[in-house]
Structures are given as structure tokens and as C-alpha cells.
Design a protein around this ligand. Structure first.
Ligand code: ATP
Length: 350
């Protein structure tokens, strides 16, 4: 693997499920070593995207390579490079969790003696080593999430994929997970994170892609994305002017100027840079400022703006409260077909 090979190279990836187009020509490059966020509302295609990478879903068109390995032609190499912590609890529930990890390691060709040591190491890493002899069913919801991460780490993957890792977990666990994945990223593991939690993406990711209805709407750093939205400069004036002076007339960054009694609201891109000019102009017009506040666009507002649809008016907060339905009994991860070449299709999500 050369230094310059991206962790993911996706070109025009499509997936059709009968009458649903889940991926509609996705092209994306995730550089090696990055902490990459994939953001999108429910049904955007995030899980389908991930499942095509790990062979749980067979793509309809396009190409996808993991560290240069085609996800279908070089399935095993591509799959071995990935550690996936899925959204759903697709775990063998009847064995002690350490055994589940050893079995997973064996499936990826790791010798038994090493598998044992690795299982202990990852259980310690995620903080559930004392539960090693417990079966999955008997773990608490938070411990189950930790276990999924341990299972993803057992193969020491170059690309760690976390599908909604914070769904239904408490604040403490979320922070523990953040610390752990940040540390892994600093040690060189590429991270692909899907999330509804904008705060999570903003805090962790150095680049994010916004996926909506199977299409990529934007790829940028969280800061760049925020720069695309308009800020609000709210000024409290001592005496309301009888008429609104012609403020910042030639400034292309300014979108609107509204006066409501004492309160003047300017909507502008790069509000922090517009504010000093505004202060000068108000001073020149003889209007005394009592208070000035800049309300910056949040990544969340940008996200809502980019993914707004007529059919759904659910807010990200409403979406974010979605938690994992633990009553679901999803299928086990599908192994490759006996010929070793082709991944099982549609195994994960029916
Ligand atoms: N096995 C399947 N058969 C038919 N349609 C499917 C299947 N899996 C997913 N879909 C559809 O494909 C679209 C994308 O779904 P997907 O689960 O990939 O979205 P998502 O972004 O992961 O959503 P969420 O955030 O809710 O998990 C949805 O319209 C979904 O109903």
C-alpha cells in the first residue's frame, strides 16, 4: 500500500433496490489517515454506502476501492482492511463475547494464539474486559456499543467505519468513544463516521460529506461548510431611527438589513468581518450602539438547509433522538461466497 493510495476511492456508485434508488452516483475520496464524516438524514443512503464497501450489499453500478482494492474483484483484501461497527446489533448472542471476538479474528485469518491476545487487548481498549465471559445478550445497551467497537478493532483495521456509534448512548459513553476513536485516528487509522449528531461531526471530523437522497451535496471541512451559511449581526440601538439608513449598500456579503424598533438585524456571510464595517457606518450615521451580537450559522443549520425536503419536516433533533431498536434481530454479517470472490448480496438489511 503506497502512502498516496486513498482509503476510499468511490466513483459513480449506484444502488437500486427495486424501485428505490439508495445511491445515485456517489463519487467520493477519503484520504488515508483522515477522520471523515458522512452526514445525512434518515434514508439518505449512508448504511447502503457502507454495506457496499463491506460486501453486504452488491452495488448496481460504479466502482469502489478500499486502499486500492476493488470491493468486488478484490473482496477479501478490501474487507480485511475494514473494521465495521454497524448500527445494528448483528452479534452472535449465545457465546461469551471474548469467544465471539476470537471467532471473528479466525474468520479474518488470524491464528488462534494471537486471536486470544487481541481479544483481550480490544476488550480492555473499550473498557469491558471484566465482561469478557458474559454473553452479548446480557450486556447493557452501552456495553453492546462498546463491544461492537471491540469487534471492529479485532483485525487492527486500517479503515474503521462507525455507523451511528452514538445512537442511543449516554453522554459519558459518547465521550469515551470519541476519545478512543480520536486516539486511533492519531495513531494512523482512517475513520469513516456516519452520524446524525452534528456536534459529533464538527468536533471530530476533518472533512465531512453531506449525503442526501443518495447524492453527495457537499464535501468540505466543517469550518468551510459553516462559512457557506449566513451569520446574523444583531445590534441594539439607543434610539431607533425614524428611517433605516442605507447601510452596507455595496457589500456583496450582506443579504438583508432589517430594523425592528431598537433592534437592527443584518444577515451576512462572514458576519465577523462585516461587523466592524457596520459599526463604522452606524457611527457615521450618528446611531449609538448599546449592544452587538453575532449569531454564527451552525453546521446544523447548513445541514438542515442542504437536506431539506418537502416530504419530511423532521428536525435534526428529532432525527437525532432515533435510537437503536434493540428488539430487532438483524442477520449475522454474511460471509463471502465459497468461491471467495463475490460478496453475499443484500445480506445485512432486508
Ligand atoms: N434491503 C433494502 N431493500 C429495499 N430498500 C432498501 C433496503 N435497504 C435500504 N433501502 C432503502 O434505501 C434507502 C437508503 O437507506 P439507508 O438505510 O442506506 O439510509 P441511511 O442513510 O443509512 O438511513 P438511517 O440514517 O435511517 O439509517 C432508503 O429509502 C431505504 O428504505
Amino acid at each position: 500500500m503506497s502512502q498516496s493510495t486513498p482509503a476510499l476511492e468511490i466513483e459513480d456508485l449506484t444502488k437500486e433496490y427495486e424501485d428505490v434508488t439508495a445511491l445515485d452516483g456517489v463519487s467520493l475520496t477519503v484520504p488515508e489517515g483522515s477522520f471523515f464524516g458522512l452526514l445525512g438524514p434518515n434514508g439518505a443512503g449512508k448504511t447502503t454506502f457502507i454495506n457496499t464497501l463491506v460486501g453486504l450489499v452488491r452495488k448496481s453500478g460504479g466502482t469502489a476501492r478500499v486502499f486500492g482494492h476493488d470491493v468486488e474483484d478484490d473482496y477479501r483484501e478490501a474487507r480485511n482492511a475494514i473494521g465495521l461497527a454497524p448500527q445494528e446489533f448483528n452479534v452472535d448472542r449465545f457465546f461469551p463475547i471474548r469467544e465471539v471476538l476470537e471467532h471473528k479474528a479466525g474468520y479474518h485469518g488470524i491464528p488462534a494464539s494471537e486471536a486470544k491476545a487481541r481479544a483481550d487487548k480490544v476488550l480492555k481498549q473499550v473498557g469491558i474486559y471484566d465482561k469478557r465471559d458474559t454473553r452479548f445478550d446480557w450486556l447493557s445497551g452501552g456495553m453492546k456499543r462498546r463491544f461492537l467497537l471491540a469487534r471492529a478493532l479485532i483485525t487492527d483495521p486500517d479503515l474503521l467505519i462507525l455507523d451511528e456509534p452514538s445512537a442511543g448512548v449516554d453522554v459519558q459513553l459518547r465521550r469515551d468513544l470519541w476519545d478512543l476513536v480520536t486516539e486511533l485516528n492519531e495513531q494512523g487509522t482512517t475513520i469513516l463516521l456516519t452520524t446524525h449528531y452534528i456536534e459529533e461531526a464538527e468536533r471530530l471530523c476533518d472533512e465531512v460529506a453531506i449525503l442526501d437522497s443518495g447524492s453527495i451535496r457537499a464535501v468540505a471541512t466543517p469550518t468551510e461548510l459553516k462559512g457557506r451559511g449566513a451569520d446574523r449581526i444583531i445590534v441594539e440601538l439607543r434610539d431607533p431611527p425614524a428611517t433605516l439608513p442605507d447601510l452596507l449598500a455595496d457589500d456583496s456579503r450582506v443579504e438583508s438589513v432589517d430594523l425592528d424598533g431598537h433592534r437592527l438585524t443584518i444577515t451576512a456571510r462572514k458576519g465577523g468581518l462585516v461587523a466592524p464595517d457596520l459599526v463604522r457606518e452606524l457611527d457615521r450615521a450618528g446611531l449609538e450602539i448599546v449592544d452587538l451580537e453575532i449569531a454564527r450559522t451552525s453546521l446544523e443549520e447548513i445541514f438542515v438547509e442542504m437536506t431539506r425536503t418537502d416530504e419530511s419536516d423532521a428536525s435534526p433533533e428529532e432525527r437525532a433522538t432515533d435510537s437503536v431498536d434493540e428488539t430487532e434481530e438483524p442477520s449475522e454479517e454474511q460471509p463471502v461466497a465459497p468461491d471467495g470472490g463475490q460478496p453475499a448480496a443484500e445480506g445485512g438489511r432486508q
